[in-house]
Design a protein around this ligand. Structure first.
Ligand code: FES
Length: 165
């Protein structure tokens, strides 16, 4: 039986050194494989937390190129299954919105109740007075109002001042 308290020399020492290098190599490979597996699992986990492409398409932001809107024109985009009206309001239309006769008919003329987002709590109810962005669904029973921007004494109703019908 060999004395294990004595250091190995010669062939035995070379074999011990070889085992030591092999163990280090195997530990290194196992560590690298473990690290790659951990990163892969973390990537898959984080990826499952992101919304699916169809969910993003349905609820994500809708882009509208405002440079293509003519003064007074409205475009309708679909967002979360609802029509969204984007209107380029003319200076005349904005002046009309401030007409005291019309303002007197509003229950909340300065939009101070919590119904509006903070950026729309103002007389024009928008970030920029020029652009109106509205959910195009009637609050009565959910019809989609038609846009008749020009005053017309007969169309779509007698004494029409212009707006949504
Ligand atoms: S739902 Fe009644 S007028 Fe629009």
């Amino acid at each position: 039986m060999a004395d294990q308290s004595q250091p190995l020399t010669g062939i035995g020492a070379a074999a011990g050194e070889h085992d030591h290098n092999r163990r280090d190599f195997l530990l290194l490979v196992a560590g690298a494989v473990g690290a790659v597996a951990a990163v892969s699992a973390a990537y898959v986990l984080v990826d499952t937390l992101n919304p699916a492409a169809d969910v993003l398409a349905a609820g994500g932001p809708a882009d509208v190129d405002l440079t293509k809107l003519a003064p007074g024109q409205q475009v309708v985009v679909l967002w979360r299954g609802r029509p969204i009206f984007v209107v380029d309001r003319t200076p005349e239309l904005l002046k009309e919105l401030q007409d005291p006769k019309l303002v007197d008919q509003l229950s909340d003329p300065n939009s101070t109740t919590d119904q509006q987002p903070p950026y729309a709590r103002n007389w024009h109810r928008s970030i920029k007075p020029q652009y109106a962005v509205l959910v195009g669904v009637c609050t009565h029973l959910g019809c989609i109002p038609l846009f008749f921007p020009k005053p017309d004494p007969a169309n779509p109703a007698p004494n029409w001042l212009g707006g949504y019908f």
